[in-house]
Ligand binder design. Structure first.
Ligand code: C2E
Ligand code: MG
Ligand code: MG
Ligand code: MG
Length: 281
């Protein structure tokens, strides 16, 4: 009952947002069942290194294959899962899948790393962090094969404990990436405080950077800023060649987007690795 009360204001906002209260409520009931019934799948979208000219990493993106509703995208159910305490089991499910898949492709394709999206507020959850460490330590995959992309849909409620958790992950070898850079609540503060290895520039800045003056300035100066701080830069949402060339000229390290590949099921992703995919010079 308490949980229903707490969720009340959220449901109202959700109604205002998309006018579909019933759908949201029943989706949450079904998410638990979906985890148990293995309807939650993980797709992989490559990150392409512009200098090495090969795929060096990949991002795990969750997919829900609903038996009646068909495909439900993460943009719908991740925000709901965050607000209704389902995000921890969901993320652990994804991580478990990822360490298994990384172990598989490492045999043939070496050290292609995998990124898992972690909601910023989860980092303050002690039980969650303990389970993550347990998965990492028992997986047989070195932690250096993993990247945690910190995503932020709401301001971090407890930055101090989140930073402590990230420091701990860094100590055991996990790389830390700041996702959707430029769109969050206090990104410069986080840039200063979080123990980051990588910065991902949000697709809303990247997509038109080669044709839009303001975007091009923001992207170029963000790349410089990140490099000054010793961070690698990933540009997300690269959809065409002209955009790639612009980013390459700006010294961007990695790109991700439909121009390289859409998110792929595991089998297709591994096939792509096997083909030694390259963008023509
Ligand atoms: P994100 O982490 O910023 O992921 C990028 C999103 O942009 C993905 O959408 C991807 O499919 C899409 N995308 C990639 N390249 C392009 C492009 O060239 N053009 C366009 N238009 N879109 C592109 P997706 O898979 O629907 O995921 C949406 C968001 O859901 C993700 O944004 C991430 O914040 C969240 N998410 C996905 N999986 C997880 C997860 O396992 N845990 C958590 N906490 N969040 C997740
Ligand atoms: Mg991400
Ligand atoms: Mg992103
Ligand atoms: Mg984004």
């Amino acid at each position: 009952a308490d949980e229903a009360l707490q969720a009340g204001s959220f449901w109202q906002r959700s109604v205002a947002d998309d006018g579909n209260l019933e759908r949201s409520i029943s989706l949450m009931g079904e998410l638990d069942a979906a985890l148990a019934a293995d309807q939650i799948d993980v797709y992989y979208q490559p990150k392409y290194d512009l200098r090495k000219r090969r795929i060096t990493s990949t991002e795990a993106l969750v997919r829900w294959r609903h038996p009646e509703r068909g495909f439900v995208g993460p943009d719908v159910f991740i925000p709901l899962a965050e607000k209704t305490n389902r995000i921890a089991p969901l993320t652990l499910h994804v991580l478990q899948r990822v360490v298994r898949d990384v172990a598989d492709w490492r045999v043939l394709h070496g050290s292609v790393t995998a990124a898992v999206n972690i909601s910023a507020n989860l980092l303050s959850d002690t039980a969650f962090n303990a389970q993550v460490e347990d998965i990492l330590l028992t997986s047989g995959v070195p932690s250096t094969a993993l990247v945690f992309e910190v995503t932020e849909s709401a301001a971090m409620s407890d930055p101090t404990s989140a930073i402590a958790a990230l420091n701990r992950y860094r100590e055991i070898g996990v790389a830390v990436s700041m996702d959707d850079y430029g769109t969050g609540q206090s990104t410069l503060t986080y840039l200063k405080q979080l123990p980051l290895n990588e910065l991902k520039i949000d697709r809303s800045f990247v997509q038109h950077a080669h044709v839009n003056r303001a975007d091009s300035v923001l992207v170029r100066s963000t790349i410089e800023l990140a490099h000054e701080l010793g961070l690698k830069v990933v540009a997300e949402g690269v959809e065409d060649r002209a955009c790639l060339d612009f980013l390459s000229a700006c010294g961007c390290d990695l790109i991700q987007g439909y121009f390289i590949s859409r998110p792929l099921p595991l089998g297709e992703f591994v096939t792509l690795l096997g083909e030694d995919f390259k963008v023509a010079a």
